[in-house]
Each structure stands twice: as structure tokens, then as C-alpha cells.
Design a protein around this ligand. Structure first.
Ligand code: TXA
Ligand code: MG
Length: 544
């Protein structure tokens, strides 16, 4: 089949080409068209024979229904049997745009489109070329993404040419797709409403209109054998490049630590732009870490690039599955076939400037069911009367650090130990190893039981405990805020509070190297950061 290329940058200026595409569609042909999400493979939704050609061109399984594309909301009645109030609200707010809503279908929609389901997926694209073509065709257009089934969706015309040349009547070149991932799919045909596919319109945004929205389990998890898919598309292998992609759980530091420790297991890295200078081997970037919309825009192109460079084994970073990141993870996890590395329970070290709120963060982690290893508590335990550590201290600093009843005279020990840096070092030389070994024993035991452990240690780095942690977190807050908090908490004057901060200077500078920094100023923000961090590690409360 000859495939005609129609370049349309401005539909008003290219009227003839718009008409040509529309005429092909009316005649029952398949035409690839640009949309703001990805390119689509369009045909007259009311013509079953035309729709059948889409499945043939894509090599798509027949039981996977197609999305019907409309020019505007006035066409809704022509395909949907019922239009609930919630659907009107969603279309009013998010359309035209990257949102697909599933509604009960009218009989006008052939089984070929709905794959025999009683529902139909409907979207009103905002791309001016798509809109002009649908309008000119005068019929709703059924259109899946314009890739060969199982491959990454096409986000530019070259991708479509690669996959569809010779398989369709025409390909309309309308430039690169802005979103880069397919539309958000939400079903209103079930109660409560269900997010079936996340996209650039986020679950958080949808919840403002649909407070009871649930996220389908298949969004982030592989379907279990025999499970029925809410959206048939979710059961198929998707977005998969030829390379074997494995996602390394965690943030930047954990990624590069893992990659360094497993040097020969990957030939290419799939990372964020900021990571590129740190990559010891060839790497492909999928947008900026803190700009999720650049990730969606780049993701599928990056996956296709991996194939073009012949990548075989790829270690990939991934964002936290929240906001737009949920859409990125949904595609990336599938592209990786749900292969995760650096997975499982971890030992997390938490330190923090005094007054920053280390305890607040540890309390959040405790609520999640993690084992909290309190090193302050261990520091007291190791010097209980009769303990070997207390004995060693008495030998090193003199028997007069002991009270008549054999317990530690803290004041006496402090007076001696803080008399000089050498004496202080002597003290920590005895206590730190003892605290470390108890902390580690407790943490390792939790990990062995499949639970996360948190080592709460003001001197995490000074004591060398950080070396035993899988990841480290430093809790910070601006100095003025910390001063105010310390003064209020301990009822002390500003001078005294400043001295406490000064005492921690060494730990404060060592802990600059923590893997993650959490600024604790706004409680809701702190909670969000903690949540996000754990999600990046695949942590689920239900593990416990
Ligand atoms: O952004 C997009 O939505 C792109 C552009 C071209 O508009 N289209 C697209 O279509 O991604 P496609 O066919 O690749 O993905 C449609 C998804 C599939 O996972 C399919 O199973 C699901 O929507 N779907 C379609 N109709 C459905 C229905 N009635 N019930 C449940 N899921 C449905
Ligand atoms: Mg698709």
C-alpha cells in the first residue's frame, strides 16, 4: 500500500490537505494523525470495516477496544448512552485535552470499536490538526496510538513512518506531540470512578472533581494470571523496547551506587538529564528529574533511542509515582516488564540538625510500621551498671566517673571527656562502636523479618553508622527556625540554643553527603516528601 505523507502545520492554511485526510477517512481508509498526546491511527468509528483495518495495521489483539475521538462535546450524545453529571464536569474542565472518559455506549458504536464491551472510551483532543480533521471528516474517529502493537507509542512523525509506512493510506505530519504519553483514562461506567491509565491530567487533579476516584491496581502492578482487566489494554505487554530494562529503586545516589556495584550487568543507563554527567557508561535521558512534563515528553523517544543504539541491558531510574510521575511510572514499569532492582526492605539512617525535626520524620516512619532504632536509648543502655562499656570507661577515665551505687556519673564523665578533643575522641572511641553494633543488630533483625528499619542517630555520620545504611536522610530547617524551636522546646535562651547548634557543626557538615535532604518547615510538605521518597523505593504499607 502506498502511504501518502500530508504535512499540516496550520490547518487553516492547509485546508486542502485537511480535506484530503478527511475524504480518505470518510472512504473507510486508515490515516495516522497527530494529537497532543501521541500520534493516533484513525478510522471512521461508525464503519466496522474501516475499524478492522486499524487492528490489521497495528497487529492489535481484537479484544482491545479503541478510543473514540470527537471534535467537541456536542458529539457526545452520538456515541454515549448516558452522560452523567460527573462526565460533563470532567469534559468542561479538561477538554479539549488529554483526557479519555469511559461511558455506557450507544448501539451506534460498533463492536469492532468497543471490542464487544457495553462501554465506549471518548476523548476530545486539543491538537488543532486532529480537531480540524475530525471536524472535516464529520464522524467520530476511532484511534489507538499509531505504533505497532506492543511498541512504544509514537510521539513524532518519524516514529509513525518507522512503524506504519506501507500499512496505512496516509500519515499526517503535525509535528511532535506535546504530552508524549497517552491520555488519562478514567471510567465513569463503574462506581466508584476508576483511573485506568494515568496521564498528564493527574489523579490528584481528577480527585478535585471525583473525590472517590480509585486507582486501578493494574496502573502500577502486573496483572496476576487469570485476573480480569478493567481496561483490556492493561493486560498486554506494552511500551516495550527490545532492550531488557530494569528499574533501580531509589533516588540518584542509590541508583549510581547500585550501578557501580553491578558494573557489568548493564550496557546502557536510562536516566534524568541531571544524571548524565555522572554516568560512567553510555546513557539516554528521559527529561529532567524535577520537571515531570519533560519526562512524559521524552519517555517514548528515549525508549525508541535505546533500540536504535542497540542497547541490550538497561538500568533505569524512575520518578516517584505521584502526580504526572504516576503516568511515567505506569509506562516505564511496563516497558521494564515490572523488573525492579535494589528492591526490598532497607536500613534507613536519619540524622538532622538539632531543632530541624528529626523526631517528626522518625514518627512518620514509625507510623508506616518501620522499626525505629533509637540510638539515644542505646547510648544509655550501653552504660548501665555492670556493663562492659561502663567498665572500660572507668578504666579509661578513672573510677570517679562512677557513683557509689555503681551507675554512671554523667556529669563527672562529661567534665573529663569534654576537657579536650583527645579526651572526647577517647570517649567516642569506646561508645560509638558499642552503639553501632547494637543498632545494627536491631536493624538487621528487622530487615531479616522483611521490615524496614530506621536508625535514628543524631551522629549518624560522625559515628560512621551511615556506612551500614542502604540510604541516608538528613532533616534540615533554616537556622532561625531551629533556634526558635530549640528555645521553645527546652526553655533556654538564644545564646544557649546557638551553642547547641555550634556543637553539632561537625556532624552538620559531614551529613551534607546524605542521600536525601528533607526540609521540615511545613508539616504537610514534610509528609509529602517522606511519602514520595518511600514510593520511589517501592515501599508499601501493606508489606507489614
Ligand atoms: O492519548 C490517547 O489516548 C491516544 C491518542 C491517539 O488519542 N490513544 C490511545 O489509544 O492511547 P490506545 O488504543 O493505544 O489505548 C486505549 C486504551 C487501551 O488500554 C484500551 O484497553 C482502553 O483504552 N480502553 C478503550 N476503550 C475502553 C473501554 N470501553 N473500557 C475500558 N478500557 C478501554
Ligand atoms: Mg497504545
Amino acid at each position: 500500500m502506498d502511504t501518502k505523507i500530508l504535512k499540516i502545520s496550520d490547518p487553516a492554511a492547509c485546508r486542502a490537505k485537511v480535506e484530503e485526510a478527511a475524504a480518505l477517512l470518510r472512504a473507510g481508509e486508515v490515516v495516522a494523525i497527530p494529537t497532543e498526546t501521541v500520534y493516533g491511527l484513525a478510522a471512521d468509528a461508525f464503519n466496522p470495516a474501516a475499524v478492522k483495518k486499524i487492528f490489521e495495521a497495528k497487529g492489535r489483539p481484537q479484544d482491545n477496544p479503541l478510543i473514540v475521538h470527537l471534535a467537541d462535546a456536542r458529539q457526545l450524545e452520538s456515541v454515549a448512552r448516558e452522560i452523567p453529571e460527573a462526565a460533563r464536569r470532567l469534559y468542561a474542565r479538561f477538554s479539549p485535552g488529554p483526557l479519555t472518559v469511559i461511558l455506557p455506549k450507544r448501539d451506534t458504536v460498533p463492536d469492532a470499536v468497543s471490542a464487544g464491551l457495553d462501554t465506549v472510551a471518548i476523548r476530545i483532543p486539543s491538537h488543532p490538526v486532529a480537531n480540524a480533521i475530525i471536524r472535516a471528516a464529520g464522524v467520530p474517529l476511532a484511534a489507538p496510538s499509531a505504533n505497532l502493537s506492543g511498541f512504544p507509542s509514537p510521539t513524532g512523525v518519524t516514529d509513525v513512518l518507522d512503524d506504519m509506512t506501507g500499512r496505512v493510506s496516509a500519515i499526517v505530519d503535525g509535528g511532535d506531540s506535546e504530552c508524549g504519553i497517552e491520555s488519562t483514562v478514567v471510567s465513569l461506567a463503574v462506581s466508584p470512578p476508576r483511573l485506568l491509565r494515568p496521564g498528564v491530567i493527574t489523579a490528584e487533579q481528577l480527585r478535585e472533581e471525583l473525590p472517590d476516584l480509585v486507582i486501578d491496581d493494574a496502573v502500577l502492578h502486573p496483572m496476576k494470571a487469570g485476573e480480569a482487566a478493567a481496561s483490556p489494554g492493561m493486560k498486554y505487554k506494552h511500551y516495550a523496547p527490545k532492550a531488557q530494562i530494569s528499574i533501580v529503586r531509589g533516588g540518584q545516589k542509590e541508583f549510581f551506587r547500585y550501578a557501580a556495584a553491578h558494573k557489568n550487568e548493564a550496557d546502557t543507563l536510562l536516566v534524568f538529564e541531571e544524571d548524565l554527567p555522572l554516568c560512567p557508561i553510555r546513557a539516554v535521558a528521559m527529561g529532567k528529574e524535577n520537571k515531570p512534563l519533560t519526562q512524559t515528553a521524552r519517555l517514548f523517544t528515549a525508549l525508541r533511542e535505546l533500540d536504535k543504539m542497540g542497547a541490550q541491558t538497561v538500568f533505569a531510574r524512575s520518578p516517584a509515582p505521584v502526580g504526572v510521575g504516576l503516568g511515567v511510572c505506569n509506562r516505564l514499569y511496563r516497558a521494564a516488564g515490572f523488573r525492579f532492582l535494589n528492591d526490598g526492605p532497607k536500613i534507613l539512617g536519619v540524622c538532622g540538625q538539632t531543632g530541624a525535626g528529626k523526631s517528626t520524620v522518625c514518627a512518620l516512619l514509625r507510623e508506616k510500621g518501620m522499626e525505629i532504632v533509637d540510638t539515644d536509648l542505646l547510648a544509655r543502655r550501653i552504660v548501665e551498671p555492670g556493663s562492659p562499656v561502663l567498665q572500660t570507661l572507668a578504666e579509661a577515665f578513672g573510677e570517679d566517673i562512677l557513683l557509689p551505687n555503681g551507675s554512671l556519673d554523667r556529669k563527672a564523665l562529661a567534665a573529663k571527656a569534654f576537657a579536650s578533643p583527645e579526651q572526647a575522641k577517647k570517649l567516642s572511641g569506646v561508645t560509638h562502636p558499642a552503639i553501632c553494633s547494637l543498632a545494627l543488630a536491631q536493624a538487621e533483625e528487622a530487615k531479616r523479618q522483611g521490615r524496614w528499619a530506621v536508625i535514628d542517630a543524631p551522629l549518624l555520620f560522625s559515628a560512621g553508622l551511615d556506612r551500614y545504611c542502604d540510604l541516608t536522610v538528613k532533616v534540615t530547617a533554616p537556622e532561625e527556625a531551629r533556634l526558635r524551636r530549640i528555645m521553645a522546646r527546652d526553655g533556654i535562651a538564644e545564646e544557649a540554643a546557638r551553642r547547641r547548634i555550634a556543637v553539632q557543626a561537625k556532624e552538620d557538615s559531614l551529613s551534607e553527603n546524605a542521600d536525601h535532604i528533607i526540609e521540615n518547615m511545613i508539616p504537610a510538605e514534610t509528609e509529602r516528601r517522606v511519602e514520595e521518597l518511600l514510593l520511589q523505593f517501592g515501599f508499601r504499607n501493606s508489606e507489614f
